[in-house]
Design a protein around this ligand. Sequence first.
Ligand code: ZN
Length: 323
Amino acid sequence: MTIPPCRFSIAASDAPIELLPRDLSEYREGNCGVNYVHCLDSGIPGPSISIVALNHGNELCGANALCYLLDNQIMPVKGDLTLIFANVDAYQSFDPQRPFASRCQQEDMNRLWDASRLIRPDTSDCQRAAEIEAFIANADHLLDLHSTTHPVCPMLIYPDTGANLDFGKTLNYPFPKLYYRPETYHGGLLINYHQQLHPDAVSVVAECGQHFSHAATQQAISTTIRFIQQFGMLDPSVQQPEYGYEKSQHAGEYRIHQVLNAASENFSFAESVLGFERYQQGQAFAHDAGNDLLAPFDNCTLIMPARVPVMDEEAVTLAEFVA
Ligand SMILES: [Zn+2]
């Protein structure tokens, strides 16, 4: 098959670059036979949890969160914790003049998680995914750390399984929680791959705030600690750091209905948008190919609108505010 080039906007970011990628060489050599993978084993029975950073190489916050655990020698008190720096080669290609370009090498690593691809990896990103696959397959639960292009509030995103919905309700998380039926959202996602192997697992993406910001790193650290604490795997003396952002006015649950691609080069939103703008059924939220695009349901919320919509690429995700 022909792999399309890694597609993303590499237009100059309006995200201020507060943080540069940290040198990870001290964590290159892991302890489980694969570079940049560390297994922290308590030796006591309990859950196996994997935390993934750098599924997108330019999303520094996750790497900083894993370094926080390693730097501070935070160990689980039961079960085991596997820390995975995923697309390190992409991360190391960071260029401050093109800060989005280090998202991946040849293709988006968070769209290729499919057994048929992993068995015969044909890009460097897929090769790396195949290297770390066993640590995904072995995990009882999974947290995948990300950040966003826009300065939009943090959020959790997960398939709408019972375990994930219960987890979302019990976690004290004052930000939006978005859930979806797998067929209505992107294919090839890491958390979907994990969920297929472990239908009763908690498999969650945490979007931790804007790329390259101090706040996103703080958010990623706090979210990771709370995630592990939810499974009773941390000593009570481990501090629960503050979130990186204030409680969001958009907090609550949302059901994702569809990802909308731009049908023309003329796609434009009806107003200046950042995300979480809400429309009632029948209201125009965008124009595309000469037509108004109308909200197909009430409380229709725009999630992660593209900064510069491009034809045939993802323009926005539509989600219903539930409660
Ligand atoms: Zn990402």
